[in-house]
Write a protein that binds this ligand. Structure first.
Ligand SMILES: [Mg+2]
Length: 313
């Protein structure tokens, strides 16, 4: 299980470090970043926070991981912990909540204001297909992998976990495709499995009308896509495409996440989604030490990973 602690840390820190790299330039355009690319951990910029501060992506992921560390899936408890982040600034780098997405906020208000059951809180209209569930789905995959859950059951789990905030089928499928790739990478840390995972996801969702929105990903030559064709906004489909493209077109953690940040727009989330996968592929030791050292609450995050894996065994 020591080995699994290392894997969990590679994904959780791979995601958090990349989130923090993107925060200072969130909403910067690609053109702006082409003129002044991010090459290292920075502070300030878009938000008044020093270097190493992660955003809602990591906060909501840590809230989910903290709940899963009780060794059960309790969707009510996960919503309560999302509320602890949103209302009470828990799971934040500095003790101040910032950068909450509209769909997540609406779902949290459905839970606390309208007292809806957790699994009914997510928004299901077509416009509620931002990347707000994709950015926090990895703890559920880590839990499922630890439990050696079958593929179908893992996909059902991430669909439900997505639906806490993002209940439209397109968002759920995005999380399912991501989960499939992460499961393959946890099983074998080799870039060749990404293609296999995409084939498995394509076959699994073959009869689903929403899968057509992800068709770019399933092209054999997706990794040859021109950078100008890769969008990096907050739409779940674009974020997933951009993250996988960065993973497939680089050969180390650092280059992958910097490439993601420098695509611009939703820099923190595109980088975080790519970073979790790159962490699984290259391992914890490939995350630059200097970036880990300045990451806020690094020791807390490490202990949470250890506590979760200890509970799951
Ligand atoms: Mg964010």
């Amino acid at each position: 299980m020591d080995n699994y602690v290392e894997k969990v840390k590679s994904v959780i820190f791979g995601h958090a470090v990349a989130d923090a790299l993107g925060v200072p330039v969130e909403f910067a355009s690609r053109g702006e970043l082409d003129n002044a690319p991010v090459t290292d951990m920075e502070g300030f910029g878009t938000y008044p926070y020093p270097e190493g501060c992660w955003s809602d992506d990591t906060s909501m992921a840590l809230a989910a991981l903290d709940s899963l560390a009780s060794n059960k899936i309790d969707y009510e408890d996960i919503m309560i912990k999302f509320g602890a982040w949103y209302f009470n600034d828990q799971y934040t780098p500095t003790g101040e909540m910032f950068d909450a997405g509209n769909t997540c906020v609406s779902a949290i208000q459905n839970y606390f204001g309208r007292h809806m059951p957790a699994l009914n809180c997510g928004l299901s209209d077509e416009r509620s297909n931002g990347n707000g569930s994709l950015m926090r789905i990895h703890p559920f995959v880590l839990f499922a992998f630890a439990k050696q859950m079958p593929f179908e059951q893992t996909v059902e789990l991430v669909h439900s976990a997505s639906a806490l905030t993002h209940a439209h089928e397109r968002s759920k499928i995005g999380c399912g495709i991501y989960a499939c790739i992460l499961m393959h990478l946890l099983n074998k840390a080799d870039k060749s499995v990404v293609r296999k995972a995409l084939q498995q996801a394509e076959a699994y969702y073959a009869d689903h009308s929403e899968i057509k929105h992800y068709s770019n990903l399933f092209r054999q030559d997706f990794d040859k896509t021109e950078r100008s064709q890769i969008k990096s906004d907050g739409y779940v489909v674009d974020t997933l495409e951009a993250a996988i493209w960065c993973l497939l077109t680089t050969d180390n953690y650092k280059d992958c996440v910097l490439k993601a940040v420098n695509l611009g727009d939703d820099t923190d989330t595109v980088a975080a989604v790519a970073g979790g996968l790159a962490g699984a592929l290259y391992g914890y030791n490939e995350i630059p030490k200097g970036w880990l050292l300045v990451l806020k609450r690094r020791e807390y995050i490490g202990r949470l990973c250890e506590r979760a894996v200890f509970a799951w065994q």
